[in-house]
Write a protein that binds this ligand. Structure first.
Ligand SMILES: Cc1ncc(COP(=O)(O)O)c(C=O)c1O
Length: 460
């Protein structure tokens, strides 16, 4: 795979300089400083389109958006895409989700607040969380259309909340779904990105789900859906089939009929490095799920559910690029350390899971000495940040042409689980985020300052 194919769809090389959406990255770095995160609207839109088209072709009679009741009063099945906000959420991204009519999965009150700031309507807000706090549940009851219950304790807390009766009286319905622990692993390449294996902390076992369903029935709670999520960044979707069957078995046992919801979560993978296979096909993933749901429902005599997919990474990872400035360069034995001005505080994925990345210099990209024609002069470099941890590394042993102090580098596939997992370690300030669209650049999140760090720090 070509290294440039890891970059957003609009990435081009013009006169040896890397551009995205027609914008010169060197100029953007000069204007907004580094580290800098860029999001390409065209790539974001294209990934949503891939999901919508695949659902429209493989989940029949759905139409894409929430379907309207038919004349007979029965609702036809529908499908929707729910953006998993944990991949990266800010007001602009929330606004963008509504340009496409997406639902938004929010983990807790913070993400609910951001979704609301971006104008996500209640019926599009779905709340997840493995051990939701009282504040999370209150916020969900006030502002969300769907709460996905993770455990029995949470269900009981929800039932006892005084907001529930208020919510019941409101016209807009509240939906409660139960999160199943399918007990089936997918291959995510790292234990920390698995969630559906038998000993996972997430969700409920079959027995717990049945107990929760009885609790909902006895307490008149609006239960109408089953959800599971097996893990993140897998590219072989075959283990989903068995998990879908477990979910459908439970739907049958609970007695779901018309107008019920089924979500096999998200987790579809992306390609981070040119050594890997090309970007996995969203259509194949969606087709596999749709076929398993249709076949499984027909075998069990179940009506087709409203099908919800919950992608995060596969919607936003490729749209994001991180730009850094090279500081010192150190040679230590066989290692060449390129030290940059960001690292594990804006992208902890290498430190957390050994994630592999690639990169291009921002200038001198093409041409004879450029990285796209890696010449004899190229050598393997490792890229590390300025923070006080030996694990503060982003890239290890990547062939690159000559890089010198003061150069800019761009790391592709930086749109998911970077800034949403960022920290202020070493008192670092989080980067600005710039939105690129039709040759225009627009700052959507400003760089953090030391004043921001002191805002909630009162001293003695
Ligand atoms: C419940 C749930 N849904 C969806 C996702 C999205 O996963 P991904 O970004 O890999 O698509 C996650 C991520 O861990 C999740 O926990």
């Amino acid at each position: 795979m070509d290294r440039l194919d890891l970059f957003p769809l609009s990435a081009k090389i013009k006169n040896d300089f890397l551009t995205i959406a027609g914008q010169d990255l060197a100029k953007l770095a000069e204007e907004y400083g580094t580290p800098l995160y860029l999001y390409d609207r065209a790539t974001l839109d294209a990934s949503v389109d891939d999901y919508k088209k695949a659902l429209a072709s493989h989940y029949p009679s759905t139409g894409f958006r929430q379907a309207q009741p038919t004349n007979s009063g029965q609702r036809p099945a529908s499908a929707s895409v729910t953006y998993a906000g944990k991949a990266f959420l800010c007001t602009a991204i929330a606004q963008w989700t509504q340009m496409h009519g997406l639902h938004v999965d929010c983990t807790g009150e913070g993400e609910i607040a951001i979704a609301m700031a971006g104008g996500v309507p209640r019926e599009h807000i779905l709340v997840h969380g493995v051990n939701k706090s009282t504040a999370d549940l209150k916020s969900a009851l006030q502002h969300a259309g769907t709460i996905v219950v993770d455990n029995l304790t949470e269900l009981k807390t929800l039932e006892s909340d005084s907001l529930l009766s208020k919510r019941r009286k409101q016209a807009s319905a509240l939906q409660i779904w139960l999160r199943l622990l399918p007990g089936i692993a997918v291959d995510t390449h790292h234990a920390h990105t698995l969630t559906g294996q038998h000993d996972s902390k997430f969700g409920m076992t079959r027995e717990e789900i049945l107990e929760a369903a009885t609790f909902c029935k006895n307490n008149n709670l609006p239960l109408n859906g089953i959800h599971f999520h097996q893990g993140s960044n897998f590219r072989d979707a075959s283990p989903l089939k068995a998990a879908i069957e477990r979910g459908l078995d439970l739907a049958k046992e609970i007695g779901f009929n018309d107008d019920w919801h089924f979500s096999p979560g998200g987790g579809w993978g992306v390609t981070y490095h040119e050594d890997e296979l090309p970007h996995p096909s969203i259509e194949n993933y969606v087709r596999g799920i749709a076929e398993a749901v249709i076949e499984g429902c027909s075998q069990r005599g179940l009506s087709l559910p409203h099908l919800h997919l919950e992608p995060g990474r596969s919607l936003v990872a490729r749209a994001g690029v991180a730009v850094y400035k090279v500081g010192a360069i150190k040679r230590r034995g066989d290692k060449v350390w390129i030290l940059i001005d960001g690292g594990m505080t804006d992208n902890p994925r290498h430190a957390l899971y050994g994630a592999r990345y690639s990169c291009l210099p921002v200038a001198g990209v093409g041409g004879e000495s450029g990285v796209l024609s890696l010449s004899k002069q190229s050598e393997k470099i490792s890229i590390a940040g300025p923070y006080c941890e030996s694990g503060d590394v982003i890239i290890e042993d990547l062939p690159m042409p000559y890089i010198k102090e003061g150069d800019l580098i761009a790391i592709p596939m930086s749109g998911a689980y970077h800034l949403s997992m960022s920290s202020n370690y070493n008192g670092s300030c989080r980067p600005a985020v710039v939105w690129l669209e039709d040759g225009k650049a627009n700052m959507i999140v400003r760089r953090e300052t030391a004043d921001d760090l002191l805002k909630r720090d009162f001293g003695l």
